[in-house]
Design a protein around this ligand. Structure first.
Ligand code: NIG
Ligand code: FE
Length: 422
């Protein structure tokens, strides 16, 4: 059935001519239509316009079944695109988080066998079914909060079998969830305990054993490496990115979270789709990113939760870079996939204008997932993935009113999949 949304107070991020991304000062100018209508047909955005010129008889044949939604006082946004998560995981890690409160750093916890290795240990035991069910619950939760597309990484397996188990779960989620999902193989997330002191042997295993199997089963869209102090080196990263290229997998790498790791440069050298985290981004890194096709992606939830320095987002946009912001939803460093919170963080903590923050969480994250053609803006022919807000006074209210849910109705693939009546 078609959907017609009428009397929309503001239709946000409307593009007549679609762009892959927005960069630099383009990010401050957000095309919107006031007093608008939006027509959704066969799962796609069919058309939109101003209510003044609205003529239902011209738009819809009498016989067509249509659901009419009145959005008086409400806004319509393109769904959030969350281009970096680890939301398939076996258990939460709130006890470690208390260790953090007591003063232990992320690296200290990792060195004690906590952190990623703790989750990897539990991953060996959990059944594929339990993993699937808990991840589906998380997907449903973020869907209700306005996310329409999400990237999910492996990386808590760290054995061939467990990595494949995670990726097969992601494959099932792709088939069963209305969200658009991309899978990333992150075999090089941490060196497993049994390879302690033999890091390069583990890298060879990722390259020669895991990657070929992942590719053979068609389980991944991208490849990732945690390129940082105490984790994988630039050499390891380049080795894996190069191997990934042979299978047509572009990189989306964890870089410069803990130090000036060289990860950004490695990502640019291998034309990664995105480099993510970026707390340690200086003039040299900005210079390298300028002119590249790599989307710099900041993960505010992780920096907030771990009490880290914030990446220089303002400086990056002012230098002319595009910028994306994603949730990093994972049990260790960002136990939330709420993109409304990321939107607020973008403005409140990183000093992005509301317009810039909206680009950073929609169109630019769509680019970072390789789905700009189908998601990230209100454009004719794109997937009808949108949400209708509750009644809100202004666009600026979205990032400003942090912590409360402003999303009322969620439409994915042209179907109402969630609605919350106030
Ligand atoms: O993106 N930085 C590396 N990996 C994850 C954390 C994973 C974990 O601690 O479980 C991240 O923050
Ligand atoms: Fe991450």
């Amino acid at each position: 059935m078609s959907i017609l949304i009428k009397n929309i107070k503001k239709l946000v991020l409307v593009e007549e001519t679609p762009r892959q991304l927005a960069r630099g000062n383009e990010m401050a100018s957000l095309p919107c239509l006031s007093n608008a209508w939006l027509l959704i047909r066969e799962g796609k955005i069919e058309d939109f316009g101003n209510m003044k010129n609205f003529d239902k008889s011209k738009l819809l044949p009498e016989t067509e079944k249509v659901k009419i939604l009145d959005a008086t006082g409400k806004m319509v946004f393109p769904s959030f695109v969350d281009s970096h998560t680890h939301l398939v995981y076996p258990a939460s890690r709130e006890i470690e988080y208390v260790d953090k409160i007591k003063g232990l750093s992320y690296e200290e916890i990792a060195r004690r066998g906590g952190g990623i290795l703790n989750t990897a240990h539990k991953m060996q035991e959990i059944s594929e079914e339990e993993l699937y069910t808990s991840a589906m619950q998380r997907l449903n939760e973020i869907m209700a909060l306005g996310t329409g597309a999400v990237e999910i990484k492996s990386g808590y397996g760290l054995t061939t079998e467990s990595e494949l188990k995670m990726l097969r779960v992601i494959k099932r989620l792709k088939q069963d969830s209305p969200l658009t999902i991309k899978a990333t193989f992150l075999g090089a997330h941490a060196v497993p305990a049994e390879f302690k002191g033999r890091q390069s042997e583990y890298v060879e295993k990722v390259v020669h054993e895991m990657l070929p199997k992942v590719a053979e089963e068609g389980l991944a869209d991208f490849v990732d490496v945690f390129c940082d102090k105490g984790f994988f080196t630039v050499k390891d990263t380049e080795r894996i990115l190069e191997a990934g290229q042979k299978y047509g997998l572009r990189g989306k790498i964890h870089a410069n979270e803990l130090d000036y790791s060289g990860g950004i440069q490695a990502g640019v050298k291998y034309n990664a789709l995105s480099v993510d985290h970026l707390e340690y981004t200086g003039d040299r890194e900005i210079e390298v990113l300028l002119g590249s096709e790599v989307m710099p992606t900041i993960l505010p939830g992780a920096a907030f939760f771990l009490g880290m320095v914030y990446a220089p987002a303002r400086k990056m946009i002012d230098a002319g870079l595009p910028l994306a912001m994603a949730s990093d939803f994972n049990p260790g460093s960002a136990p939330s996939g709420n993109m409304q919170f990321i939107l607020s963080m973008a403005s409140i903590a990183y000093r992005l204008l509301p317009e810039e923050a909206i680009y950073a969480t929609t169109l630019n994250t769509a680019y970072a997932m390789g789905i700009s053609d189908e998601a990230g803006s209100i454009t004719r022919g794109k997937k009808a993935n949108v949400f209708i807000t509750k009644p809100i006074p202004t666009l600026e209210f979205m990032p400003y009113a942090f912590g409360s849910n402003k999303v009322e109705t969620v439409i994915l693939n042209g179907q109402v999949v969630h609605t919350e009546k106030c």
